[in-house]
Design a protein around this ligand. Structure first.
Ligand code: ATP
Ligand code: MG
Length: 365
């Protein structure tokens, strides 16, 4: 008997190129999981979701579709192991969303902490689009269409995943046990669950203009590191330094490994030793920033090089997305069929109701 694999699904909005936050919050885990024989992974570009707050700027979404696909390939997501698809090419997801909408109240959507934060960030002038308010419901469709059990995401997605879980429970209690309840896989390290922006704001986000992108050139990265906020009380090298809100140290927590110390800063065995020296006094911000620059180059150089290779083969990227979308659609179609059957909407395939009516009205005087 064939061993049934557990399903993993995640997606990214094509609102810009992918950044370091994506890498530590989700991409790194996906690359690891695609090699685990226990799982089958689907990764998608959420263009429909991106339109919920960019409806008047469709060109932005269109342009970023291939950028995100290139970023996937550049970090090592392998289309022979992971199915990569485009959300808008699976219309079945829209129909699922429409049915799930009936299971969620407006009040529940308004109370979602992620939605609340994003509404504040996005400053919708002219009002909040209905599609934006309901995108957590469409996420439930994206996840359940594939029967996903695991979703490797950053912390901002937790309340959205909870919404999906609620929809699954409600659906199953009304219509029967059809949908799979998913769980988030969060990075073990707190910093990686929500990497702050280079400006020190709570989250690095591609719509927030505070990101280091995976494809950024070394000169750009160096400039951004030099501009990073450290500790305003750390005026002279000898002064004791503070780590709280110190952006280079936060990034080192997410990226630096003991191997990086051996290679670039052998005076310390690991980050704890380096932090202790900084706190005590005697370690300058220049040294910290130079080390961070070395670490990020070490992580990003192979990614940038792989990207350049795929940039020369755009046909490969298109073919991959088309093939992946076809594969994904077949699975979503099957789920939708089961959902419609469970909801009693298969009037013509299901002869039960027809026969009920026949016996109700035949032999009646
Ligand atoms: P946008 O600003 O358009 O919403 P984004 O940068 O938030 O873009 P998304 O496409 O919304 O990116 O998110 C894709 C995935 O990356 C999600 O799983 C999200 O949790 C994760 N992610 C995004 N930003 C970060 C971050 N700063 N730290 C950790 N994970 C992140
Ligand atoms: Mg986001």
């Amino acid at each position: 008997m064939e061993n049934k694999k557990e399903i993993i699904v995640t997606g990214d909005r094509p609102t810009g190129r992918l950044h370091l936050g994506h890498y530590v919050g989700s991409l790194r885990k996906r690359v690891e999981l695609q090699d685990d024989p226990r799982y089958k992974q689907y990764v998608f570009i959420a263009d429909c979701q991106a339109l919920t707050d960019n409806a008047r700027n469709p060109e932005k979404i269109r342009q970023n579709l291939i950028e995100v696909a290139l970023d996937y390939l550049s970090v090592g997501i392998d289309p022979t192991k992971t199915t990569i698809f485009v959300q808008s090419q699976i219309p079945e997801l829209t129909e699922l969303t429409f049915y799930y909408m009936n299971l969620v109240t407006l009040g529940r959507l308004q109370r979602n902490p992620t939605i609340k934060t994003e509404i504040k960030e996005k400053n919708f002038d002219g009002g909040i689009p209905t599609g934006f308010m309901t995108y957590p419901i469409s996420q439930a469709a994206d996840i359940t269409a594939f029967g996903a059990k695991y979703v490797p995401v950053g912390e901002d997605q937790e309340p959205l995943l909870e919404q999906t879980r609620e929809i699954v429970r409600t659906f199953n209690s009304i219509y029967g046990d059809i949908l799979v309840e998913p769980r988030a896989i969060l990075s073990a390290d707190g910093v990686c669950r929500r990497l702050p922006g280079i400006d020190g704001s709570e989250k690095m986000g591609k719509s927030l203009g505070n990101a280091i992108y995976l494809a950024d050139e070394p000169s750009v990265i160096k400039k951004q590191i030099n501009n990073m906020f450290t500790d305003p009380l750390h005026l002279r090298v000898e002064d004791p330094g503070h780590l709280e809100g110190n952006i280079p140290f936060i990034y080192l927590t997410a990226f630096a490994t003991p191997e990086h110390f051996t290679k670039y800063l052998p005076a310390y065995a690991n980050l704890d030793e380096m932090k202790a020296h900084y706190t005590r006094g005697g370690l300058g911000d220049g040294t910290v920033k130079k080390f961070l620059n070395d670490v990020l180059n070490d992580v990003l150089t192979p990614i940038r090089e792989r990207r350049k290779k795929y940039e020369q083969n755009i046909d490969f990227v298109y073919d991959m997305l088309e093939k992946g979308s076809r594969e994904a659609r077949a699975i979503a179609t099957d789920t939708l069929k089961r959902v419609r059957r469970a909801m009693g909407l298969e009037y013509f395939e299901d002869t039960g109701l027809r026969n009920e009516y026949k016996s109700k009205y035949t032999n009646k005087k």
